[in-house]
Design a binder for this molecule. Structure first.
Ligand code: ADP
Ligand code: ZN
Ligand code: ZN
Length: 727
């Protein structure tokens, strides 16, 4: 006699599937959400899982299943099963990032589906089906209510509120298949497609000539019309009945991008998928994908896991952006997994950026990715901003601002144009310093300086790593002196300096603190666009794709700090960021100027930036990376450990290093304390593993992980990060 066994993925930290007895599960149930009993004795409870496979087992085999295995509790047949391609993707991701399959797969689901119970939110709108149209035509004149409903629905999709008076009738019509749920949308005409520039046309033509899987790097300066290429290529594939997935780094920071897509395709079903959605909205969006209703899915990295079965195109906008890398749990790179998914679906994938990640650029240079270049701004007459370096050794900044920059801002004000002062540090000052002994006040919980913030309740010290907040001490904690001062500049201090210097100007500060309230960022963006402010002090929040037609000048403060950062990607990030901020100046018919304050005006990064020469910068930096054995010439994994005592963290890593000798092709370094040694009382250490061959590294990790899990790790929290974005 054979017994059917269901293999179920569950969200627990074990890398295997769990077996359950089942009598009624069939092949059509693979991919379905199931509820299973889990745990022993009093700890037993129910868990959500995904049925991943069914196997037949002989009952006479050792460990006869019916005596040892529990039965499945239930199979959720109200939901369609997950498509096989997602389960495959989960297998790959779990394997590659060394993360449990169950946690990986369940992590693909919207949070609501990870709960035992969930409620499907009612559709937001309804429309007539073909059958409904036929039915309406046959209605007798005395069927008043039905007539009224038909008339209303004939006017197009209707929202649930609008149909509220027809509540009971609507349920009947739904049951009969005369109406169906749909997406509410404004009935607007699609925005016009502009005639393409030569470079856009060439790129689009090349993409059309290369159907099916292929990675395409769309390297185009800010404003060169990359988005227009994405839109037109999307239109092609949707016309062919395929689905488009568009990934953006942070959706709330790029509302114009979203609007453009919505406006271009008003008659397409566009599903937004990101973590800022409420659970119900996110579930509804996900289910729309699952039912095959989405034409375009637009979202952040997690949208990569949308259930899609007709995928024809993936766009990764601003592909270099670090928010594509997930920092916890499954530490995946959405860009890298997107390429895998595109290959799996035989879809085309576009990686777009003005400053591609060096990995991507390197692959473009050696022909693994097809490269397309947009070198001029799409709008006729729009020039690139002029970039000027202000030498802070001769023009010494006062309160962060050099004379050159101050005068430029003043001239801009006189012309009635806006200026942006970019400084990537929020708060008033990055340090509180004692003038007597030079002591800097640190966070008691972290190895980091406390940041001085100015608020309605006066000055406070805040730790940007652990959130610890405290009052400003009246005296130096080290020597007792009363002579404490703010050291360095933050956005608040620059705002203050500008207000003193330009009392008549309207000044707006845009950083994480000032935009915390929901909707605040959008309001500020609108205020800038409507020219209700003259001067803007902002962090990178403002750097991403916004059009500010009156903004002609950008001043950059504090770039030197970023240049000195110990992280090996620091200069790559700085270059990308400065290009992006510079792109804010002079987008329309007014040309712009960017002023960069630095004490190293000869630095190759700034020299390349002045020439808008990404290729030159990349070549130079790639040479450095090759010489120092760093990505993309080296593949890395980082084992991190933290404990209340550094010795325990290091001891764990020592044991980890010793538990599996590495082959010649793989190098394990000695454990070392992390860059920020302590966060919230946890001492942090790390161990770097590297290889010039990805396969060699992967093979090693695969053997290593089970051994790591078997190591005694009392009081030590650890995790493995494959392709870490920093170390
Ligand atoms: P990118 O995505 O490369 O930053 P966009 O696609 O946003 O560039 O284009 C920048 C600006 O140029 C936008 O205002 C866009 O509407 C406009 N634009 C794009 N392509 C064209 C074109 N072919 N003709 C005229 N304007 C264009
Ligand atoms: Zn002191
Ligand atoms: Zn802290």
């Amino acid at each position: 006699m054979t017994q059917r066994i269901a293999q179920v993925a569950i969200d627990i930290p074990l890398a295997r599937l769990f077996d359950y007895r089942t009598a009624d599960a069939g092949p059509g149930d693979i991919g379905r959400r199931v509820i299973v009993p889990f745990g022993r004795g009093r700890a037993e409870g129910l868990q959500v899982g995904i049925l991943v496979a069914l196997v037949e087992m002989n009952a006479c085999d050792a460990g006869a299943p019916e005596t040892t295995l529990k039965p499945l509790h239930s199979i959720d047949r109200d939901l369609a099963p997950l498509p096989a391609n997602l389960i495959e993707l989960a297998h790959f991701a779990a394997d590659y990032y060394q993360f449990p399959l169950g946690a990986t797969l369940l992590g693909f689901l919207p949070p609501a589906l990870r709960q035992l119970q969930f409620r499907v939110p009612p559709p937001l709108a309804y429309r007539l089906t073909e059958a409904g149209r036929r039915h309406s035509a046959t209605l007798k004149s005395n069927a008043r209510a039905q007539q009224a409903l038909a008339v209303q629905l004939n006017g197009g999709a209707q929202t649930r509120e609008a149909l509220a008076p027809f509540h009971t009738l609507l349920s009947r019509w739904l049951k009969e298949g005369w109406v169906e749920a749909c997406h509410p949308r404004a009935e607007t005409a699609p925005s016009l497609t502009p005639p393409l520039t030569d470079e856009q046309a060439t790129t689009l033509e090349a993409l059309r000539q290369a159907p099916g899987f292929g990675v395409h790097l769309v390297h185009g300066i800010t404003g060169s019309g990359k988005t227009e290429v994405y839109l037109q290529r999307s239109a092609d594939l949707m016309a062919a009945g395929q689905q488009v997935l568009i990934l953006v780094p942070e959706i709330h920071l790029t509302p114009q991008f979203t609007e453009r897509i919505l406006n271009r395709f008003p008659d397409r079903r566009i599903v937004l998928l990101h973590s800022l959605l409420a659970d119900g909205e996110r579930l509804a969006a996900w289910l729309a994908c699952q039912r095959g209703e989405a034409d375009i899915v637009l979202g952040t990295r997690l949208a990569l896991f949308a259930p899609l079965t007709r995928l024809g195109l993936i766009v990764v906008a601003e592909e270099h952006d670090t928010s594509y890398k997930q920092g916890e749990g499954l530490r995946y790179s959405a860009r890298d997994l997107a390429i895998w998914r595109a290959r799996q679906a035989n879809a085309q994938i576009l990686l777009g950026s003005a400053t591609p990640a060096l990995e991507t650029w390197h692959n473009g240079q050696r022909g693994r990715y097809q490269q397309h270049t947009l070198s001029a701004r799409a709008i006729r007459g729009a020039a690139l901003p002029e970039i000027r370096l202000v030498d802070t050794r001769t023009d010494r900044p006062r309160q962060g601002l050099t004379r050159t920059l101050t005068e430029a801002i003043e001239a801009g004000l006189k012309r009635g144009e806006q200026s942006l002062v970019f400084i990537n540090r929020r708060g008033y000052a990055p340090a509180l310093v004692c003038n007597a002994c030079q002591h800097i006040v640190d966070c008691p919980r972290c190895t980091a300086h406390q940041v001085l913030h100015r608020g309605p309740q006066g000055d406070r010290l805040l730790c940007h790593y652990c959130g610890h907040e405290q009052a400003v001490p009246p005296i130096c904690p080290d020597c007792g002196s009363h002579d404490l001062r703010a050291g360095g500049q933050g956005t608040q201090r620059v705002e203050e300096a500008l207000a003193e210097r330009f009392p008549e100007a309207r000044i707006l500060r845009v950083d994480r603190d000032s935009t915390r309230r929901k909707g605040a960022f959008a309001a500020m963006r609108d205020a800038i666009q409507r020219h209700e402010v003259d001067l803007i002090v902002g962090t990178q929040i403002l750097a991403k794709g916004h059009d500010f037609p009156n903004l002609t000048q950008v001043g950059i403060i504090g770039a030197d700090h970023a240049l000195q950062a110990p992280d090996f990607r620091a200069s790559e990030r700085l270059f990308a960021q400065l290009m992006q901020v510079s792109g804010r100046a002079g987008r329309a018919e007014k040309s712009g100027t960017v002023w960069i304050q630095t004490q190293w005006p000869q630095h190759p990064l700034f020299v390349a930036l002045r020439r808008h020469d990404y290729a030159g910068f990349a070549q130079h930096t790639l040479r450095e990376r090759r010489e120092s054995g760093l990505p993309p010439f080296m593949h890395l994994a980082l084992l991190r450990a933290e404990a209340t005592r550094m010795a325990s963290a290091i001891a764990f890593l020592e044991a980890a290093k010793a538990c599996l000798p590495s082959p010649d092709s793989v190098t394990l370094f000695d454990p070392v304390p992390a860059l920020i040694t302590r966060i919230a009382h946890h001492e942090r250490a790390q161990l770097l593993v590297q290889s010039t061959r990805r396969e060699a590294l992967q093979a090693y990790l695969k053997h290593w992980m089970p051994l790591l899990k078997a190591l005694p790790a009392r009081g030590v929290r650890w995790s493995l990060d494959v392709d870490p974005s920093e170390f």
